[in-house]
Design a protein around this ligand. Structure first.
Ligand code: CP3
Length: 348
């Protein structure tokens, strides 16, 4: 494998100095890009796109052709793992993900098993093909959902505003949730190990819904299972934990041993870096809605995030959550160029 021409992301994750602040964006390959919509249209569906390695490779590279991003992220989805467990994933326009078989009772939990990783071969093949196509330009981020966030979708059977069924199960049937999280965590462990073996340079865990839990429940189901997954990532592969809405739990996330904690826009990055910056890198945290304003606002907001992160190493610029489909690509260019230019100016 070629050595990396741009390793600013890996250096920042290790809290080493970089010539500028690296930037990549959650959902950087997606519906805000007309060329993505064209490939998705040809593929017929999101799952057809994600399960065809050559197409997943093509869309992974699309944002890198347009913008000077410092990382690629595997084009896939966190829900591929429950799909491989036999839940029957589909995506419907405007509605988001759906599982044909939600997991709600004893029998459904008892029927779950760690899937044969051969069912997810298309993901590992995509990792290999993307690495070859990148040819060392930038590192490739592999990822998985946190076991708790996957359990949320499995129990609810799809997207939800409040995941009420999951929260009720956490209170009334903690034993059932324990068993569900245990099997999902073992599946996610195998999944991230295979991505690393296929060539992923970084592993990121998305805990989109951990912030819904009470503090003790967060520790029991979200954090403990993420630590279990992190334990299996080969030493030397940097890890990023994104836990949305966990701003008051940063100390515990940092103590997980992840190289980096990714934070949403509600987090005070200045305070986070002052308190925990010696133990972990931080990634974030521009409000994605900024990218639906205008160039001057984007520049001003980007400078404000850089200022709150401070000049020391260990900051990776990103959004606080995924890019919104209505984002004009031109403002993404303004953001990437502003972060590179302004952070260069700030380094000693
Ligand atoms: O560019 C990238 O960031 C890599 C690809 C990626 C996707 N999903 C592609 C995708 C990544 C890292 C994800 C993670 C993911 N998926 C998360 C965690 C991060 C987060 O957003 O909180 C979650 C919760 C999911 C589950 C999921 N996938 C939902 C709720 C939806 C529907 C909502 C939506 O945005 O449409 C998806 C679909 C999805 N995953 C799309 C993309 C590009 C859009 C599907 C399409 O093209 O129709």
């Amino acid at each position: 494998m070629a050595t990396l021409q741009n390793d600013t992301l890996l250096r920042a994750l290790r809290r080493e100095p970089t010539p500028y602040t690296p930037i990549w964006l959650m959902r950087q390959a997606g519906r805000y890009l007309p060329e993505y919509n064209a490939v998705r249209g040809r593929a017929g569906s999101f799952m057809a796109l994600a399960t065809t390695p050559s197409l997943a490779t093509e869309v992974t590279l699309q944002p890198l052709e347009r913008f000077a991003l410092d990382a690629a992220i595997l084009f896939s989805d966190i829900l591929t793992v429950p799909d491989a467990m036999g839940l029957g994933l589909s995506f419907t326009e405007g509605e988001g993900p759906r599982f044909a078989v939600p997991v709600r009772d004893e029998a459904a939990v008892a029927a779950l098993a760690v899937p044969d990783m051969a069912k997810l071969r298309y993901v590992f093949d995509a990792v290999g093909e993307i690495k070859r196509a990148l040819d060392g330009r930038v590192p490739l981020i592999g990822f998985a959902g946190s076991p708790f966030t996957l359990a949320c979708y499995m129990i609810e059977g799809g997207a939800s505003d409040d995941f009420a069924t999951v929260r009720r199960m956490a209170h009334a049937r903690p034993d059932l949730l324990d068993r569900l999280i245990d099997v999902v965590a073992r599946a996610v462990r195998a999944y991230v190990r295979e991505q690393a073996a296929a060539g992923a340079d970084v592993i990121m865990l998305f805990d989109t819904w951990g912030g819904l839990l009470t503090a003790p429940a967060f520790e029991r189901w979200s954090l403990a299972s993420m630590r279990h997954v992190l334990d299996t990532v080969p030493r030397g592969i940097p890890t990023i934990l994104f836990s949305r809405g966990a701003g008051d739990r940063l100390g515990r996330l940092v103590a997980s041993g992840a190289y980096c904690v990714a934070v949403d826009w509600a987090v005070d990055l200045d305070a986070a870096r002052r308190t925990h910056g010696a133990q972990a890198a931080f990634q974030g945290n521009l409000d994605p809605q900024v990218l639906l304003t205008d160039a001057a606002t984007v520049e001003r907001a980007a400078r404000a995030v850089l200022a709150s992160a401070g000049p020391a190493p260990g900051h990776i610029f990103n959004l606080g959550h995924g890019i919104v489909p209505a984002t004009p690509p031109e403002l993404v260019r303004v953001l990437v160029d502003t972060v590179h230019r302004e952070s260069q100016r700030r380094e000693p």
